[in-house]
Design a protein around this ligand. Structure first.
Ligand SMILES: Nc1ncnc2c1ncn2[C@@H]1O[C@H](COP(=O)(O)OP(=O)(O)OP(=O)(O)O)[C@@H](O)[C@H]1O
Ligand SMILES: O=C(O)c1ccc[n+]([C@@H]2O[C@H](COP(=O)([O-])O)[C@@H](O)[C@H]2O)c1
Length: 187
């Protein structure tokens, strides 16, 4: 069986926290690839503040220098609310030779009881939890923890900084920085 990690996210915008957790989990669990899956419409929070094609373009530029990182656009193609249950069901059908590991930060671990069809989903995919400042990995669900250097960076922090015209240099890859500035995003 192939071993593939999935990092689902809104990536509004992508930041170095996303890249670090993907790489750390890839290494720790000996995964062949990480597939980044941008949501079309996040199931549990307000819709993204910029359009999906711009989120996708930023994500492409953020991961382009890592040959183990790929993007899967299944949720964009499906449109509507991006329930992980629907995504994993399709991927399991399509890639029967692959074991998927769905990576989530502490905030999403705490939210697990509210995920759509969570009990069925737990039987369909392995969840991997990584710590995030301010959240615990305590959950009644069987997740596997991977230790990472904790990173206190979020897309909300980056959006807030940009609204206030403060620096976000080094919090996002240079290519994402250039894209944000060039397209006047989050101003
Ligand atoms: N710094 C981080 N440490 C650990 N996990 C993270 C970190 N940033 C994001 N994640 C995880 O990555 C996934 C995708 O996150 P998302 O794209 O929503 O970014 P975010 O920074 O949480 O955004 P926002 O601040 O807008 O909610 C989620 O599972 C989230 O928990
Ligand atoms: O399916 C659900 O009910 C569900 C609830 C919360 C989060 N998720 C998924 O978890 C991933 C991270 O979510 P987000 O909004 O923090 O980017 C993303 O792939 C979401 O679709 C999924």
């Amino acid at each position: 069986m192939k071993r593939i990690g999935i990092l689902g996210g809104t990536f509004d915008p992508p930041h170095i926290g996303h890249l670090v957790i993907a790489e750390e989990v890839r290494m720790a669990l000996h995964l062949e690839e990480i597939w980044f899956i941008p949501t079309y419409e996040p199931p549990h929070k307000q819709e993204a503040s910029i359009e999906v094609n711009k989120r996708l373009a930023m994500l492409e530029s953020a991961i382009s220098d890592n040959t183990s990182f790929h993007i899967n656009t299944i949720e964009i193609e499906r449109s509507g609310k991006s329930y992980t249950y629907d995504t994993i069901k399709s991927l399991n059908n399509r890639y029967s030779d692959t074991e998927f590991f769905f990576i989530i930060g502490g905030d999403m671990v705490e939210y697990l009881p509210h995920w759509h069809k969570i009990d069925e989903l737990m039987r369909m995919v392995k969840f991997v939890g990584v710590k995030r400042p301010g959240y615990s990995l305590t959950t009644p669900y069987p997740i596997q923890e991977v230790e990472i250097p904790m990173i206190d960076i979020s897309s909300s922090l980056i959006r807030e900084r940009l609204y206030k015209n403060e620096s976000i240099r080094y919090l996002v890859p240079d290519s994402v920085y250039t894209f944000i500035k060039g397209n006047h995003l989050y101003e």
